[in-house]
Design a protein around this ligand. Structure first.
Ligand SMILES: C[S@@+](CC[C@H](N)C(=O)[O-])C[C@H]1O[C@@H](n2cnc3c(N)ncnc32)[C@H](O)[C@@H]1O
Length: 273
């Protein structure tokens, strides 16, 4: 019996020495899945399998007592024009069973990309009408695409100037070319910039009218910046999307030439408290 016990102890010591104590860890990840288009979850750049909003990753065997870091990333498409990248780092040790919740946003870490979807010309005109654009107005479009929201009010209503920023350098080029083609290049100022970067957004303080079409996620992130930087009295009109919890003064539905209904939201920037 004694010999047997000694044998076990020796085997355990030899096992540890030989690295037999290595154990895997599991990371169970919750991310927006159901109701979203094909959320993809990657660990250290490799896609892992999941279902119904839960993904489980089993690490390779890890050495006991050592801490390992894994890079987890959820690629979420809440709709066909928005892509959210939600990265996190998870630290685990051999044998751990760790849970990671990627279902809520992190304003600092999440990256949101909205692709170009143009607002139809007649809806741009309806937005300008709702904002009561005059010759004295400077129009700003955060995420300006081909600059249509500045070009039409400048060309058709004589607005003083249009300023736009877009994160996509290709769109900035397209916008500049279009402004030239339409003969208003001298009154359209398009710059490459990120609407989530307050420095890039600083130019919006010149505006008296803001026309927006940017999606719920980016709109919610941008709203506090707009409220901070825009002058009191600035009129803001958004095509379809609200701006987070900034409650519109009114919302109207207009009929497009294509027969579809378009919802427009309207705000006037209040005096700063
Ligand atoms: C839905 S399109 C709207 C274009 C234009 N405002 C219109 O209504 O026709 C959104 C545009 O925002 C740009 N965009 C997306 N994310 C951005 C960001 N973080 N900063 C600046 N522009 C962004 C895209 O490149 C795209 O051109």
């Amino acid at each position: 019996m004694r010999a047997l016990c000694v044998g076990f102890v020796v085997a355990a010591i030899v096992g540890v020495a030989c690295g037999q104590e290595k154990k895997a860890a599991t990371i169970t990840i919750k991310a927006p899945g159901t109701g979203h288009r094909d959320t993809v979850v990657k660990v250290d750049g490799v896609e892992i399998k999941g279902a119904d909003g839960t993904w489980t990753f089993t690490t390779p065997a890890l050495e006991a007592g050592k801490e390992y870091t894994f890079k987890v990333e959820a690629l979420i498409e809440p709709n066909n024009y928005t892509k959210i990248t939600r990265p996190r780092e998870v630290k685990v040790k051999a044998g751990d069973a760790v849970k990671l919740d990627l279902s809520t946003e992190d304003k600092k870490l999440d990256k949101i990309v909205v692709r170009w979807v143009p607002t139809p010309d007649d809806i741009v005109d309806e937005m300008a009408k709702l904002a009561k654009v005059t010759k004295n107005d400077i129009i700003f479009d955060p995420g300006c695409g081909d600059a249509i929201m500045m070009i039409r009010p400048v060309k058709l209503l004589g607005a003083k100037k249009g300023i736009g920023i877009d994160i996509d350098p290709k769109m900035v080029k397209v916008a500049k070319e279009k402004a030239k083609e339409e003969g208003v290049a001298d009154r359209i100022d398009v710059r490459e910039g990120d609407i989530l970067n307050e420095k890039d957004m600083a130019i919006c303080s010149e505006a008296s009218v803001v026309l927006i079409y940017i999606g719920d996620d980016l709109g919610a992130r941008m709203a506090p910046v707009l409220q901070k930087l825009l002058k009191p009295g600035t009129r803001v009109v958004s095509h379809r999307f609200k701006l987070g919890d900034w409650k519109p003064d009114k919302s109207v539905t207009v009929k497009g030439k294509d027969g579809d209904d378009y919802v427009l939201h309207y705000w006037v920037v209040k005096e700063k408290k």
